[in-house]
Each structure stands twice: as structure tokens, then as C-alpha cells.
Design a protein around this ligand. Structure first.
Ligand code: 5GP
Ligand code: ZN
Length: 114
């Protein structure tokens, strides 16, 4: 999608620190990290929000979570623990409308979130 920031990162027209990539997903460092590790894991197809998911996206969404799990182990934050989350729409705190799974680690997180 032409005016989507994360599609531009996928197309490499905007640079990012890429951590992992395959044909279906891309993981890159958040530009404004909220923890020592803060990675965004996104599908390469443009899906604006979780509200736009269809049953056919089942494997793709599962892959985002699996990539988070794999990266957490590779980056040695898995044993201590980490936070993953999708924000959805305004009240959920979503600011970029291409779904992304946040992977945050390297510090302790409070609950409930603010
Ligand atoms: P949201 O608030 O939509 O859940 O998360 C969007 C995230 O994208 C934020 O954590 C923000 O820092 C990050 N972000 C916004 N613009 C850019 C950018 O140009 N590059 C990268 N790497 N991250 C970005
Ligand atoms: Zn997009």
C-alpha cells in the first residue's frame, strides 16, 4: 500500500534495522524503543488492524507469534520473560495502521498496562 509506513519498510524505500525476514514476515527494531529490546514483527501483506483479520490469515498470524518466540530465545530474553502485544485502533494505542506484533524485553513490565 503506497502511503503505509510499514509497507515502505517492507519495500525498502524507508530504512529500518532488520532483525529477521522471510517471504511472509519482517522483524525490525522500533525507532522509539520502550525497552532494551523492542522489535516490531509484521506481515508482508498490508492488513490495517486486527479487526481486518480473516480466517485465511490464521497461519500468517501464527507465524508472527512464532517469530517472536524464536527471536526472544535468540536474543536471550526468553528465560527472564518478555512482553508481546498488538495494539488495535485508537483506544488500543495503535498509531501505524499495518498490523504489528511488539516484542519487548530486557526489563520488567507492569500489569495492567497504562
Ligand atoms: P503502535 O503504536 O501502532 O502499536 O506502534 C507503532 C510503533 O511503530 C511505535 O512503537 C513507533 O515507535 C514505531 N515506529 C513509528 N514509525 C517508525 C519508523 O519509521 N521506523 C520504525 N522502525 N519504527 C517506527
Ligand atoms: Zn502496510
Amino acid at each position: 500500500m503506497d502511503d503505509c509506513l510499514f509497507c515502505k519498510i517492507i519495500n525498502k524505500t524507508i530504512p529500518a534495522e532488520i532483525i529477521y525476514e522471510n517471504d511472509r514476515v519482517l522483524a525490525f527494531n522500533d525507532i522509539n524503543p520502550q525497552a532494551p529490546t523492542h522489535i516490531l514483527i509484521i506481515p508482508k501483506v498490508h492488513i490495517p488492524t486486527l479487526n481486518d483479520l480473516e480466517r485465511d490469515h490464521r497461519n500468517l498470524i501464527g507465524e508472527l507469534v512464532l517469530v517472536a518466540s524464536d527471536l526472544a530465545k535468540e536474543l536471550d530474553i526468553a528465560d527472564d520473560g518478555y512482553r508481546t502485544n498488538f495494539n488495535c485502533n485508537d483506544s488500543g494505542g495503535q498509531t501505524v495502521y499495518h498490523i504489528h506484533l511488539h516484542l519487548l524485553g530486557g526489563r520488567e513490565f507492569g500489569w495492567p498496562p497504562g
